[in-house]
Structures are given as C-alpha cells and as structure tokens.
Design a protein around this ligand. Structure first.
Ligand code: UDP
Length: 329
C-alpha cells in the first residue's frame, strides 16, 4: 500500500477526503498552494505548500517512488469567475492538470482519482444526467474540467495508468465533527450563502428565477453531503488498488430539492426568518440537474449515509457558527 498524494487537500472537498483517508490509516501528503485552501484544514497529513504546475515541487514528491495514487482536487471552482477570467481556469485547471499528469506518467504513478463536475453536462434537456449523457459544458469552468477528463482518459489508454473520474453534483454540508468545512470567501453556492445569511454574515439573499417549469418555479439540484462524496473517493481508491478498470462516475443522490425547499430547511433549522428577494434567472442555470448514480453504488458498493437535506443544512449551519465564533468574516 503506497502513500497518497492529494492535490488541493487544504480545500473544502479535498480536506474531507484527507481526513477520511487518515482516519482509516492511509499515509497522505497534501500539495496545496493555499490560494483558497487553509493550512489548518489539513488534519493528520503532511502539507507541502506548492503549485500543481511546479514540476520541481511535484517531481520531488513523486520521485520518492512510494506514491501509488494521486487524488487531484486542486482547481479554481467559481463558475462566474471562469466566465470573466477564462484563461485563469484553463491555465490552472487544464494546463496545471496536464503538467501534473505528465509528472505522474514519468514517475509511474499507478492511479489517479480526478475531481470533476456535473458542469461537464451543461444543460441536459431531461434535467437528469447519467454518465453517458452527452457532455456540453456552458462555461469555461466546465470546459476546463472536461479537457482534463479527456487528457486523463487518453493517457490511461496509452499507458498502464488507471483512473477514476468523479463528477460531483451540488456538494454541501461539512464534517459532522465540526473540525473542517467550506471557507470560500465571497461564496456563491446556495446552501453556503443561505447559512451565512442565517448567522448574520449577509443582510439577505436572492432566489435567481421563480418562473422555471418546476413544481414551485425554482431550480432543482441534487445536493450531496461532502462526507458521502469523500467516501466515494475512498471507494475509488479501493477500486483501483483492487485492479478495477478506469471509469467515470456521477456523484449525487439521484433526487433533488428546489431552491425554495432548501431555503425553507435553512429557515426552519436555524430558527431565523430569512430575508429573501426574488430576482430574475441567473444566466446558464438549468431548471433541474439530477444525477443518475446507480453506477457509483454498483461499482464501489457506495451507500450514502447522509442523504438528508436537514443533515446537510445542519452541518453547514454549524460550520458557519464555528467560523463566526472564530471571527472569520
Ligand atoms: N441560487 C439562488 N440564490 C443564490 C445562489 C444560488 O437562487 O444566492 C440558485 C441558483 O440559481 C441555482 C441553485 O440555487 O438554481 C444552485 O446554485 P449554486 O450556485 O449553489 O450551484 P450550481 O447548481 O449553480 O452549481
């Protein structure tokens, strides 16, 4: 059993994966440039501060020869920013991944687990996506991830490397132990924004679009708890170490909630009356985006443990209160 290199392991999802890996006895080294990650989010693993595009730093890590798996999370993830500054996304997410994969290939790394996104599907007409749904991103973030998926697929075809691509739907919630969570400044994601408002960090929030063709007129998304998502990564590791073939898997629960349902849950659980205004649709929002995720359950034997909006919201809210108590704005 080799060591595991986790890029972006000081970020939101990466730090939850690192914590679960360490808890089950894996030896983990994190490479993170701390541009959006936090040193104290890395629990129980060595942290190397550096960039995925820095071949000297990456080669030094992989040169030890005992890393069998690279889990690659390091990326920019803010969709509107990818529209206004696309080359930042192609540079870090796509070119950075190309550089990392070249280093992996040269060092003979056996497995790569790649953090991808439902944004590769764009706006599927049925609102439901399985892994064979055609990919057609509608923003540079989605394209930057799809290009990385493509490089990984082609590299695996040409070399002994095997990989798992995990396409995340709407990730939310945090460590039920309250140690780590989502720290993104200027967050735009619905549950984070609503919880920030509930604890008084924001004066209010908006619903973007109330005239969609959905039961209550607002968009529906498949919210997956970060702990279940992290567990899927451990499943990917076991799959690859067990000799499993390269594969691409959706990570979601297969059902969704509307924006109004999410806000009602935040209001009820926080006991705070939310100040919600209704605004026009946000560009590029599909009315519904739900995962078909049977493949994940079948291949990894993955069983969700936190498939409950109240649990997702409660843990997200608890984390906002922790940040507030620590004086983080
Ligand atoms: N949304 C909203 N108000 C907000 C943030 C998000 O109404 O302040 C809506 C957004 O339009 C979408 C859903 O919530 O319909 C989920 O958006 P989010 O940005 O969390 O994730 P996305 O699905 O865009 O990746």
């Amino acid at each position: 059993m080799g060591r595991i290199l986790v890029t972006g392991g000081a970020g939101y999802i990466g730090s939850h994966v690192v914590r679960q890996l360490v808890e089950r006895g894996e030896t983990v080294v994190v490479l993170d440039n701390l541009s959006t990650g936090f040193r104290d989010a890395v629990i129980g693993a060595e942290l190397v501060v550096g960039d995925i595009g820095d071949r000297v730093a990456v080669d030094a890590l992989l040169g030890t020869g005992d890393i069998d798996t690279v889990m690659h999370f390091a990326a920019h993830t803010v969709v509107p920013e990818s529209v206004s500054n696309p080359l930042k996304y192609y540079g870090n997410n796509t070119c950075g991944t190309r550089s990392l994969l070249a280093a992996c290939a040269e060092a003979g790394v056996a497995h790569v687990v790649f953090s991808s996104t439902a944004a590769v599907y764009g706006m599927p007409s049925s609102g439901v996506a399985d892994e064979d749904t055609p990919t057609l991103p509608i923003n540079p973030y989605g394209w930057s991830k799809l290009m990385s998926e493509t490089m990984l697929r082609d590299l695996s075809a040409a070399t002994p490397l095997r990989h798992v691509v995990l396409r995340y739907f709407n990730v939310a919630g945090c460590d039920p132990g309250g140690r780590i969570g989502q720290n993104t400044p200027n967050a735009t994601l619905l549950i984070k924004v609503a919880c920030e408002h509930a604890v008084g960090k924001r004066p209010g929030l908006a619903i973007f679009g109330t005239d969609y063709d959905t039961p209550d007129g607002t968009c529906i998304r498949d919210y997956i708890h970060v702990e279940d998502l992290a567990a899927a990564h451990l499943g990917a590791l076991d799959h690859l170490r067990g000799g499993g073939a390269s594969t691409t898997l959706n990570c979601g629960y297969g059902h969704g909630y509307s924006v109004r349902e999410v806000l009602e849950a935040v209001q009820r659980i926080s006991g705070t009356r939310l100040d919600v205004r209704e605004e026009p649709r946000r560009a590029g929002d599909p009315p519904a985006l739900i995962a078909r995720s049977e493949k994940l359950a079948k291949i990894f034997g993955w069983t969700p443990r936190h498939d409950d909006l109240d649990v997702i919201v409660s843990t997200a809210l608890a984390w906002e209160r922790t940040l507030l108590a620590r004086g983080v704005r």
